[in-house]
Design a protein around this ligand. Sequence first.
Ligand SMILES: C[S@@+](CC[C@H](N)C(=O)[O-])C[C@H]1O[C@@H](n2cnc3c(N)ncnc32)[C@H](O)[C@@H]1O
Length: 281
Amino acid sequence: MKKIVLFGAGQFGAMISRLIGTGYAISCFADNYEGKWGTTLAGIPVVSPKESMLFDPDCFCICVMDEERAGQMETQIRKLGFNGPILRPDALRTFDARVATMRLLAEQIQEEKIPGDVAELGVFRGDFAVLINAAFPDRTIHLFDTFEGFPPKDVEIEQEQGFSGAKAGDFAETAKDIVAKRLPCPEQAVFHKGYFPATFRSCMEKTFAFVSVDADLYAPTAAALPLFWDRLSTGGAMLIHDVNSTQYTGAGKAVREFCTEKGLLPMPVCDLHGSVVLRKP
Ligand SMILES: C[S@@+](CC[C@H](N)C(=O)[O-])C[C@H]1O[C@@H](n2cnc3c(N)ncnc32)[C@H](O)[C@@H]1O
């Protein structure tokens, strides 16, 4: 078994530690931020890059997605005298566990003829909505977003509670028309532009088979969970982004509160952003 050091003790590092397959034994995380040294991440010790060399690793894995930073970290490892292989998880840009999960759920929902529309809360420029629309070409897709970025009142809660560093207007560089033009089946789309949950009013009588919740913040996630769950068909699924995120912690708090109240256990997805699935029994 090869001894591997994961360089970068952040959100990506944590998920990469879970994706590492048989054949590797993780010795530790290395990180340049002194405040993390001596702590653990996903049960693995975090040490300085210099100290990680004491584990006599067979290889390193760079756990950041930013190309420039990854290059700098690689140079740093070489300067520490490591001559072995340095892995870059580039495949994670190509293969995405969240997308695969959505497609598998879609295949099953279609095959089992589970009734209902599909929806996404938090659309931004439509990267994920395009894929949902393609996976459910015969179903109405409801798209909820301000299309003006994070609402100030939700961001206030984030700041008061210390959930994230979100700013009002983050993700504002979009528009309904930009998304509409990208959809493969635009005739199926119903746009609900504005503040969620106010925009849900017209959906009170709807039934859903699949819902993606990707609003990042506590308030819209907490509002969305009961509204969609109560209208989800038996066998329907909700895929919620950022639940195990270290960047946006409010979404996870909202999901944990909701699941405790309903007696549910979310199924984790090993994507880079800590998504979970809630399935309606
Ligand atoms: C991370 S982005 C969504 C990314 C998108 N799902 C994708 O795959 O590219 C989060 C979105 O949530 C929206 N959002 C957050 N809170 C909202 C609220 N209360 N009402 C409506 N939209 C909200 C933001 O405007 C932003 O576009």
